[in-house]
Design a protein around this ligand. Structure first.
Ligand code: SF4
Length: 394
């Protein structure tokens, strides 16, 4: 790490000034640290932070119980009505559906009465079978699957260790997930944007799987490790148009968040907006960390120095990296603060703002792309709003 990147934040002064942290509502738990695929853009295995090598492959039972206990305490202390727990990896299905079910039961058992624990899983989809899905349904675990568009594009990036594409296996899993008995457990699709692919074909391919929701993610990059290709703004703009023109659109979190923000609402996406991020990660060794997308910045970027064996999640709420993602416009650098679309963009994904030697108070490395996309979305929303108002009799 090249120096303390949060030197601009004085948490004590913020609290003295009346700011209060937002309690953690979502915990990503790294229950299995290894993966059965070797996706080219993976931020866990292919980027700067290689800490996975030193952590246990599987989260030990006592560590998971400590996680469940900390979640319960946090929910009780903050009177939370709902908490989301994401069983994550690596690839969580390497643990097996029965073991995942037991984890879901344990985390729910540790929650206070009146607090609903929604348990989800993010998977590459390759190991989902009918018996596995039945087990996951039995324990009310929703399943979100990573798919990168049409078969040829998906198979370029999402490959086995031997380099074989996985679209066929994932398609079979998605066909199962959309069956009536499993449908309620289908959480949605996650797609990483590749600017040299056809965005309209991508949206349609994802839509054809009948997901309840889609999210598009920009590949993790920063000013030290810029994106390998340009054109992400054009891609998002064209995909947005396909979605916006769809008479029966699937909810796309990034697009819906932009429209909501343009109309004065809040964001539900980490990638955009100034809404407080209320999310933490627990690694398989019990380390409490910030969003693991920061692994793409520098080794140790996610670390807080906290551990579930001794620390409550409240301690993380005072970490400058967590605070920076909860104080909205106050965390922005000078260019973003002066930007006309800052309320919508919010400086982009926190991990994408990192510049070696200068920390995170910078525009996103995708600044030009975000500006193009947001300006375009704003023009569409404004035109439609004007047409709507014009159509309303005075
Ligand atoms: S990243 Fe760029 S578009 Fe976004 S708020 Fe900052 S200056 Fe504006």
């Amino acid at each position: 790490m090249d120096g303390w990147p949060y030197r601009d934040f004085d948490v004590a002064a913020l609290i003295a000034g009346g700011w209060r942290p937002t309690p953690i509502h979502e915990v990503i738990v790294k229950v299995h640290q290894r993966c059965n695929l070797a996706c080219s853009y993976c931020y866990v295995y292919e980027h700067a932070d290689q800490s996975w090598r030193d952590r246990p492959a599987v989260m030990p039972a006592e560590v998971f119980d400590a996680v469940a206990h900390r979640i319960g305490v946090h929910a009780r202390d903050h009177d939370l009505r709902q908490v989301r727990v994401v069983l994550h990896g690596g690839e969580p299905m390497l643990l097996g559906a029965a073991a995942l079910g037991r984890l879901a039961d344990r985390v729910r058992a540790a929650a206070p009465a009146g607090c609903e624990v929604r348990v989800g899983m993010q998977t590459n989809g390759v190991l989902l079978t009918e018996p596995a899905l039945r087990e996951l349904r039995r324990h009310d675990i929703t399943v979100a699957v990573s798919v990168d568009g049409v078969a040829a594009d998906h198979d370029r990036f999402r490959v086995t260790r031997r380099g074989r594409g996985t679209f066929g296996a994932v398609s079979r899993s998605l066909e199962l997930l959309t069956r009536a008995e499993f449908r309620a457990g289908f959480g949605g699709l996650l797609c990483t944007v590749a600017p040299d692919t056809d965005p309209v074909a991508c949206y349609r391919a994802l839509r054809a799987f009948g997901p309840p929701a889609i999210d598009f993610l920009l590949p993790h990059a920063n000013w030290g490790v810029p994106p390998e290709q340009g054109g992400h703004g054009r891609w998002l703009t064209a995909a947005f148009d396909a979605w916006y023109a769809d008479p029966d659109p699937v909810p796309v979190r990034l697009f819906e968040s932009v429209v909501d923000l343009l109309l004065g609402g809040a964001s539900r996406s980490e990638q955009i907006g100034l809404s407080p991020a209320a999310l933490l990660v627990v690694e398989s060794d019990g380390a409490i960390e910030q969003i693991d997308a920061l692994k793409s910045a520098y080794p140790g970027a996610c670390a807080t120095g906290l551990h579930v064996s001794r620390d409550e999640f409240d301690a993380a709420l005072a970490h400058p990296g967590v605070v920076a993602r909860q104080i909205g416009a106050a965390a922005l650098g000078p260019e973003c603060s002066a930007c006309p679309v800052r309320q919508v963009c919010g400086g982009g994904h926190y991990a994408h703002r990192y510049r070696p030697g200068a920390g995170f108070r910078n525009p996103s490395v995708y600044c030009a792309d975000l500006r193009m996309f947001i300006d375009h979305a704003r023009d569409r929303v404004v035109a439609d709003t004007r047409a709507l108002i014009g159509a309303v009799p005075a």
